[in-house]
Design a protein around this ligand. Structure first.
Ligand SMILES: Cc1cc2nc3c(=O)[nH]c(=O)nc-3n(C[C@H](O)[C@H](O)[C@H](O)COP(=O)(O)OP(=O)(O)OC[C@H]3O[C@@H](n4cnc5c(N)ncnc54)[C@H](O)[C@@H]3O)c2cc1C
Length: 337
């Protein structure tokens, strides 16, 4: 019997979201481990996605089930995902009897994965960052305890629902597929009475300053007080073509704008130098900056996960280290040392 891998893709405003391509790349890794014949089936919910889906079927070779929502007031991808994955999509998923069901480790994935696992009597492994084979079975590696420790999880039932951390499994658009996938459409009528779509609200998140910067100085929770951000700005001004960024808690507190947030729900950056100040190194943050050319991290905790990817690890209190560093740098500039 053929093995099957199912991907729950994501769309945003009529476009296929980048995490979907990463999930395809991840599914290919699973496919290599199980058997190269394993079928890859992508479920995509939204409206007006037919063209994008058929391009994807050609370039990625996946069989796609398009879940078209017959709800005039619904915008693409806005119906609650638990409504979308009621029957009949669930019947189709059950018929495929999948070995793995893969969703993004995103708010959508977090909504659907546990429900799917219950419906399929499957294991549920969240936040997968790596796959390791012991020769017979696949173990899924994820970070725990604020990313200080990694753990390997071995599902012991036939099916596992996995949520995959964005930013880790890169899509290989250039890969040559030996087959073109198919696209089939399931029209779903979503009862509008159960939800109200209020429309999209665009954020002012213009991340262009970050994408053009050679040096990014990034502030995390360790900054503790808003006034300490002045040190971060001063540090960044030491470098030409620099910008200030931050982790999500700092942006949630409105100390920085969301256009400055780095991570899975913020910008992905690859500067020449990334200076992480008081950032623990949660996978949701590092997914957005781990490809920086050179990473310096300042943190009081010698076990902080950010040090695992840093090129230079400074175990110091940023409130004393950064002012001293700035003073020294300015003194050096003045004396021309
Ligand atoms: C679906 C989802 C999406 C997310 N998306 C993002 C995202 O896009 N970007 C993002 O950043 N996060 C994101 N998060 C949140 C993420 O999981 C972490 O909670 C967040 O990154 C932690 O931010 P932090 O490292 O600044 O704070 P903390 O984890 O609180 O770490 C603060 C660090 O500062 C250090 N510290 C404390 N005091 C000092 C000091 N005086 N000097 C030096 N170091 C000090 C501490 O040792 C600690 O390591 C997301 C979470 C979820 C669930």
């Amino acid at each position: 019997m053929q093995s099957h891998i199912i991907i729950i893709g994501e769309c945003a405003e009529g476009h296929i979201a980048p995490v979907t391509f990463e999930l395809i790349a991840f599914a290919r890794i699973l496919q290599q481990h199980i058997t190269p014949d394993a079928g890859i089936h992508l479920f995509l919910a939204g409206r007006h996605l037919a063209d994008a889906a058929s391009r994807l079927a050609q370039t990625e070779g996946a069989d796609i089930t398009l879940l078209e929502m017959d709800a005039p007031k619904a915008a693409a991808g806005t119906a609650p995902i638990d409504l979308i994955f009621k029957n009949p999509p669930m019947d189709r998923i059950r018929r495929l009897n999948p070995v793995y069901v893969c969703a993004g480790h995103t708010p959508n994935g977090a909504d659907i994965a546990p429900a799917l696992a219950v419906a399929l009597n499957a294991a549920c492994v969240t936040g997968v960052e790596r796959v390791v084979s012991d020769g017979q079975r696949l173990h899924f590696i994820r970070s725990v305890f604020n990313d200080k420790i990694t753990t390997a999880i071995l599902p012991i039932v036939k099916t596992a629902v996995l949520t995959v951390t964005p930013g880790i499994f890169k899509s290989e658009h250039t890969a040559k597929m030996d087959k073109t996938g198919t696209v089939s459409v399931l029209t779903l009528s979503i009862e509008e009475a159960c939800y109200t779509f209020h429309g999209f609200e665009k954020t002012d998140a213009d991340t262009s300053a970050l994408s053009h910067a050679d040096v990014i100085v990034s502030a995390g929770n360790g900054v503790k007080k808003q006034e300490y951000l002045e040190n971060i700005y001063q540090l960044s001004r030491l470098f030409p073509k620099s910008a200030v960024a931050g982790s999500r808690p700092v942006c949630d507190r409105k100390w920085l704008t969301y256009s400055q947030q780095v991570g899975v729900t913020g910008a992905t950056v690859k500067p020449k130098l990334y200076i992480a100040c008081g950032i623990s190194g949660a996978s949701q943050h590092t997914a957005g900056m781990r490809d920086s050319r050179f990473i310096v991290a300042i943190n009081t905790d010698p076990h902080a996960a950010i040090f695992n990817i840093a090129d230079v690890c400074i175990i110091e209190d940023l409130t004393t280290f950064i002012p001293r560093f700035i003073a020294r740098a300015l003194a050096t500039t003045e004396t021309g040392e």
